[in-house]
Ligand binder design. Structure first.
Ligand code: KG4
Ligand code: ZN
Length: 333
C-alpha cells in the first residue's frame, strides 16, 4: 500500500492515438476490451489481493466516449454479478475530485472545485462529498481540448497540453535570457471587470474564441514565414490567457462563497503555470490542493475512491447500469 492508501494501480496509456493527432473512439473502445482483464490482474497482483478480498466494484459510467465506457461498464457488471458484489457507476469528473483527495488529507469539503480535463471544465462548490453546487462551466471547448487543438495548430504533437507547457517554458527561458518577451497578448474570453455576481458570465468560461485567436495569429505569421520562430511565444501567450481566466473565475468563487479551500482536478491540473497562477491569484489566505501527475490523469484509483464513498453510504447501481456519454454531474443542488 502506498502513502495514499492505494494498494494497486495499473494505468495503460493508449499511444495508438498519437498518430491520428487525437483520440479515435473506435480504437479507444477496442483497446479497453483488449487490456481490461490484464490491467485488473496487474493491479490485483500489485495489491496482493485475491478475488475473495474484493468488496465492491466501481466503474466509470460517464461522461465520455460511449464505446470505451461500455467496455468498462460491461466488464464491471459481469465481474460484480459473477462474484455477488455490489456495483457502483461513477461520474468521471466527480472521480477527479476524489483523486486529489486521495493524495491530500486536507482536500475535503467544503471546497471550491476546479475540474479541468480534455472533455470538461467545471467550477463548483463542494459542500460535502456528494453535495455540489455548479458555479460555472465552459460554454464550448474544454480547457484541455483547447490546449490540444492549439498545439495541433502550432504543429506540436498530441496530447498537446504538456507540449504547450514545455513550449511556454522555452519562451520564458528565452525572455529571461534577453530574448523577445511574450508579445502575444491574446484575448481573455468571458473575463471582464464589468462581470457581476449573478451574471451567468461571472463564472462561465469559453475557450473556442481563444483557440481561433491563436489560429488567426498563426495564419498571419505563416504568411510572413515566421511561425516556426514564434511557436513558443504564441504557446506561452495562449497558456497565460487560459490560466488568467481559470484563476480569476476561481478567485471569484472563493470571494463569493467565503470558502478558501480550492481543489484542482483533471489532466490540465498538471499544468504548473496553472498552479502558479492560482496560487498567485488566491494569495496567502488560499489553500490550494493539486494532484500529482499520477492521479491527475485518468486513473482507476480515483474512480475506486468515489465508488467507495457511495457504496459505504449504501448506494448501489442496478444491473441495468448503462454507459452515458453525457452523464449529469451527481448531487447538484
Ligand atoms: O483528465 P484527463 O487525463 O482526461 C480526460 O478526462 O479528458 O485530461 C487530459 C487532458 C488533455 O487535454 C491534455 O492535453 C491535458 O489534460 N493536459 C495538460 C497537461 N497535461 C495534460 N494540459 C495542460 N498542461 C499540462 N501539463
Ligand atoms: Zn479525466
Amino acid at each position: 500500500m502506498d502513502e495514499n492508501g492505494i494498494r494497486g494501480l495499473a494505468i495503460a496509456s493508449q499511444d495508438a492515438h498519437a498518430a491520428f493527432g487525437g483520440v479515435v473512439p473506435e480504437i479507444a473502445a477496442r483497446e479497453h476490451i483488449r487490456s481490461l482483464d490484464a490491467m485488473v490482474r496487474h493491479a490485483m497482483r500489485e495489491a496482493e489481493v485475491g478475488h475473495a478480498d474484493i468488496e465492491g466494484v466501481g466503474v466509470t459510467a460517464g461522461p465520455g466516449l460511449v464505446g470505451a465506457l461500455l467496455a468498462g461498464v460491461n466488464w464491471a457488471k459481469a465481474y460484480a454479478f459473477a462474484r455477488g458484489l455490489p456495483l457502483l457507476g461513477v461520474h468521471h469528473m466527480e472521480g477527479h475530485l476524489f483523486g486529489t483527495a486521495l493524495e491530500h488529507v486536507g482536500a475535503q469539503p467544503p471546497f471550491i472545485g476546479l475540474l479541468v480535463s480534455g472533455g470538461h471544465t467545471l467550477l463548483l462548490e463542494a459542500r460535502a462529498w456528494g453535495r455540489y453546487r455548479l458555479l460555472g462551466q465552459t460554454r464550448d471547448d474544454a480547457a484541455g481540448e483547447a490546449f490540444d487543438k492549439v498545439a495541433r495548430r502550432l504543429g506540436l504533437p498530441y496530447p498537446g497540453g504538456p507540449q504547450i507547457q514545455l513550449a511556454a517554458e522555452r519562451s520564458a527561458a528565452g525572455a529571461a535570457a534577453g530574448g523577445a518577451a511574450d508579445g502575444f497578448r491574446l484575448p481573455r474570453p468571458m473575463l471582464s471587470r464589468r462581470d457581476r455576481p449573478g451574471d451567468p458570465a461571472y463564472y462561465d468560461m469559453s475557450f473556442s474564441g481563444l483557440k481561433t485567436a491563436v489560429a488567426r495569429v498563426a495564419e498571419r505569421l505563416e504568411g510572413e514565414a515566421g511561425l516556426a520562430d514564434a511557436v513558443d511565444d504564441l504557446a506561452a501567450g495562449f497558456q497565460e490567457a487560459v490560466v488568467d481566466v481559470l484563476a480569476e473565475k476561481t478567485r471569484r468563487a472563493v470571494e463569493q462563497t467565503g470558502c478558501r479551500r480550492v481543489v484542482l482536478g483533471g489532466g490540465v491540473a498538471q499544468n504548473s503555470r496553472l498552479r502558479e497562477g492560482l496560487a498567485e491569484r488566491l494569495g496567502s489566505s488560499g489553500e490550494l490542493y493539486a494532484p500529482s501527475p499520477r492521479l491527475a490523469t485518468d486513473n482507476a484509483a480515483m474512480i475506486a475512491a468515489a465508488a467507495r464513498f457511495r457504496l459505504a453510504r449504501g448506494e448501489r447501481s442496478p444491473w441495468s447500469l448503462n454507459a452515458e456519454a453525457a452523464l449529469a454531474f451527481p448531487g447538484l443542488a
